[in-house]
Design a protein around this ligand. Structure first.
Ligand code: NOJ
Length: 556
């Protein structure tokens, strides 16, 4: 594999609204990110993915863009972004922006024009269709609930919105629209950003030939997923997009794409793929508090391991995944992977070891490094997110009581990952001097950056060690380019793997359970990481304590 500048990046995702407020409006901003760059630099990360900061009515917290060229004043100015890029660069950190080009906001001037004249020039920028007998063009369900079509007032036309009603889908069939998007992308790259995280890109091609589909829910609607995700022919757009923009700047691109058939992986993330890397979603539907895995945390982690390993084996030699455990769209890992009573330093620190040394780009999400969790709300009104409210309504329609629906929301709402960053034990956890837009987790006096910085045995310090080990000059090439071999696969309690390169073996052992476990195989080597003070061995086998995580190195 030809080496590229981005292969050894270690990413950190910032949800700017909840990161650091500097102007007391209760909303995080770009100067806040600049203020915290030294913290991020000490942590050791080398790339920041910043969620959308463009002008937006914030119906979907910035994923509904009304002006692609300007930073929303709530976050700062274009000048602030420039400063952030420069300051980050001084610290060896590259900034990647969120690129939302499947849809705009309904407040975007293009859409406003389209509504005024659906048959005019801008009507062709969106996906507009006439209704049928007073009904929407088909019964697709939006990914956020309800019909995927909304009527344009005073016309016979409906517009397609795969996400909220405030996010009309763009019509990629229209060459003019594509050109406008490419120009915008190139302008940002000219400014000096390192690349993009690309939102919902798997949906840009739609197959609109189908009519109504058999309903699959009490709402009479149907998930039209196979007609609007990775639809055949999408490759033409992806190729053009890459050639007209990303390739010219040799930038890093991280795409939100799932479910690509194995035979197409090469085209997506191979040497000359459409993108640098894609997220691996295979653990996203695991939650030991809810659904099929409820109360089955051990089996659940085993299932996650098997899926991750299977994907890694398929990917070997083909390209890189972006490996992550948390993001702004799902609840945090302590809550998803561990019952409350099992959450402690050992269990929380073994979780990142599972994925951090796999082939690929490791990504952290703000607050993951200090063990932030969600917290229980007594009222649905305490949530802001529209998708969360739509889900709540959906649960009521399915027949749940208000209490049951709220409980489900508490266990699953993505907004639980969006609480303000906990910097210290002062007012509003040091996030803001004003009234935070969203309540701070009441546990902030126990869980916060300042406290963990002062404690050598903290989770934060452990993450720092993990990152330092990934970047260590003796091991880095192996972490990035070494082969992957699963170890101890017969065990239903262990998550172990080996990375090999040029006679160097790096072995990762994680005990996913709350019991002592002995490895079947014999292992030795220098201890590079251990979340316990000691490592026990018996006749060459490792005796791992509950949730123990260890990395060993052997040079031959
Ligand atoms: C995926 C983003 O991660 C999510 O937060 C957003 O709501 C949708 N795409 C729509 O843009």
């Amino acid at each position: 594999m030809k080496e590229k500048w981005w292969h050894d990046l270690i990413g950190y995702q910032i949800y700017p609204k909840s990161f650091q407020d500097t102007n007391s409006d209760g909303i995080g901003d770009i100067p806040g990110v600049i203020q915290r760059l030294d913290y991020l630099s000490d942590l050791g990360i080398s790339m920041i993915w910043i969620c959308p900061i463009y002008c937006s009515p914030m119906m979907d917290n910035g994923y509904d863009i009304s002006d692609y060229t300007r930073i929303d004043s709530v976050f700062g100015t274009n000048g602030d972004l420039k400063k952030l890029i420069e300051e980050a660069k001084k610290r060896g950190i590259t900034i990647i922006m969120d690129l939302v080009i499947n849809h705009t906001s309904s407040a975007h001037p293009w859409f406003q024009e389209a509504c005024k004249n659906p048959e005019g020039e801008y009507g062709k920028y969106y996906i507009l269709r006439k209704g049928k007998n007073g009904q929407p063009p088909n019964n697709w369900r939006s990914l956020f609930g309800g019909s995927a079509w909304e009527k344009i007032e005073g016309s016979e036309y409906y517009y397609l919105h795969l996400f909220t009603v405030g996010q009309p889908d763009l019509n990629w069939e229209n060459e003019k629209l594509r050109q406008a998007l490419y120009k915008m992308i190139n302008d940002w790259l000219e400014m000096g950003i390192g690349g993009f995280r690309i939102d919902a890109i798997a949906h840009i091609k739609k197959d609109l030939t189908c009519g109504n589909l058999p309903s699959d829910g009490p709402d009479g609607l149907c998930s039209g997923m196979r007609y609007f995700r990775n639809v055949k022919g999408i490759e033409d757009y992806l190729k053009e997009l890459k050639e007209r923009t990303f390739e010219k700047y040799d930038c890093f691109t991280l795409a939100e794409v799932d479910d690509i058939p194995e035979e197409r992986l090469e085209a997506y993330i191979g040497e000359n793929g459409y993108y640098s890397t894609i997220f691996d979603f295979c653990h996203c539907f695991h939650n030991c508090l809810d659904g099929a895995w409820k109360g089955r945390d051990k089996e659940m982690l085993l299932d996650v391991r098997n899926r991750v390993f299977e994907r890694q084996k398929k990917m070997e030699g083909r390209g890189f995944f972006c490996n992550y455990q948390e993001n702004h769209d799902m609840i945090r890992i302590p809550d998803r992977f561990l019952p409350k009573e099992k959450q402690n330093f050992y269990s929380l620190s073994m979780l990142p070891v599972m994925y951090f040394f796999l082939p690929g780009i490791p990504m952290l999400y703000q607050g993951q490094e200090i063990g932030m969790t969600g917290f229980w709300r007594e009222h649905i009104e305490d949530y802001v997110d529209l998708a969360t409210h739509n889900n709540y309504q959906g649960y009521l329609e399915q027949g749940m009581t208000k209490e049951q629906a709220l409980e489900k929301i508490n266990y699953t709402s993505r907004e639980n990952a969006r609480t303000p960053m906990q910097w210290n034990d002062g007012p509003n956890a040091g996030f803001s001097d004003g009234m935070p837009w969203f309540a701070v987790n009441p546990d902030y006096q126990k869980v916060n950056v300042e406290k963990e910085q002062q404690d050598n045995g903290s989770l934060l310090k452990f993450y720092q060690k993990l990152i330092a080990l990934r970047k260590h000059c003796v091991y880095q090439k192996n972490w990035v380019y070494g082969s992957f071999t699963a170890l101890e696969e017969d065990s239903d309690q262990l998550w172990c793997y080996m990375r090999c390169r040029d006679g160097q073996r790096l072995q990762v052992f994680v005990n996913m359970s709350d019991e002592w476990v002995t490895t079947k195989g014999c292992y030795d080597g220098k201890v590079l990481i251990n979340n316990y003070a000691a490592l026990s061995q018996k006749a060459g086998c490792l005796l791992l304590q509950p949730y123990q995580a260890v990395v060993l190195a052997v040079e031959s």
